[in-house]
Design a protein. Structure first.
Length: 295
């Protein structure tokens, strides 16, 4: 496994980087609804005009984990993707590449976890002996069953989640990051449970192919609703950091690449409006997700 170098020097830089990926992915998912399985952290460089794929890549991450066909690095694969691979399916049964956008939001969650658990908030890499660092080794395992079991434990075992929370470095990441982790984990936990419930209900009557088609399609307004909820977690954390440490626009972290998306605001436009007394970002030009998603 290649060395992974952090491209941030402060917690707010890291949170803005991940939120930018979320914003771009949300826009693609709402307009295309065909990007879930193409959320490939290892394939950020695509021809201009291609409206699919990964939108942000910390330096060195492209070689951090091997990709499985078109499903991205094992490290960040959703539980649905891993479950499918455990059944010997490298791709969905349908010839369509459509995938539930929730899988992409789940992949971003694992990316967030990996970042805050393997690094300190100032970008320093944690010790190899760190407990959570060792726990993360199961995520990129070549056996999808092992990776699945590790992520399932994070979603279903309270003690596992508590251990993850405790091992987020409070001195450099702070409580905003821990709160974000807990809220985002709850969102992913619910979405995973709902997907499993739907699949169980439909599997007795539908063919695998029709199940994939009906379950994976998500109306744009639902994608936007999910996007807005997750984005609010990041906005709250960034706003709290901003109130405590930052009163000026945040510079773009070095080593970050993004794919332009029509209508996507620049980072300086989108970052933060003036900090408010409640610790939340002010209303910048694109802070309102409804105006950003003019579908």
């Amino acid at each position: 496994m290649s060395e992974y170098e952090a491209c941030f020097t402060s917690p707010i830089q890291a949170m803005v980087l991940i939120r930018d990926a979320l914003v771009d992915y949300g826009a693609l998912a709402a307009s295309n609804n065909d990007v879930g399985l193409d959320f490939l952290f290892s394939k950020i460089i695509v021809p201009r005009g291609v409206r699919r794929g990964v939108l942000v890549e910390p330096k060195g991450l492209a070689t951090e984990a091997e990709s499985d066909d078109d499903d991205g690095p094992r490290l960040f694969q959703s539980m649905s993707t891993l479950s499918r691979m455990m059944l010997g399916q490298s791709k969905p049964p349908s010839s369509s590449r459509t995938a539930n956008p929730l899988e992409g939001f789940e992949a971003i969650f694992y990316f967030f976890c990996y970042t805050v658990l393997k690094f300190h908030g100032d970008g320093r890499k944690k010790s190899e002996s760190d407990r959570v660092h060792r726990a993360l080794r199961a995520w990129p395992n070549a056996d999808p069953a092992i990776a699945y079991a590790a992520k399932k434990s994070l979603m279903t075992v309270k003690l596992t989640a508590q251990n993850f929370t405790r091992n987020i470095d409070s001195s450099t990441w702070g409580e905003p990051c821990r709160t974000l982790f807990e809220r985002y984990r709850t969102f992913v936990q619910k979405s995973v449970y709902n997907k499993i419930t739907i699949e169980v209900q439909k599997s007795s009557t539908d063919t695998v192919d029709s199940l994939t088609q009906s379950h994976n399609f998500m109306p744009p307004h639902e994608v936007v609703a999910h996007y807005r909820e997750i984005k609010s977690y990041f906005d709250h954390a960034i706003g709290t950091y901003s109130m405590a440490f930052y009163r000026t626009p945040v510079s773009t972290p070095t080593g970050v690449s993004t794919i332009p998306f029509p209508g996507t605001p620049s980072r300086r436009e989108y970052h933060l409006g003036p900090a408010t007394s409640k610790g939340m970002p002010g209303k910048g030009k694109y802070q309102d997700a409804e105006s950003y998603f003019a579908l």
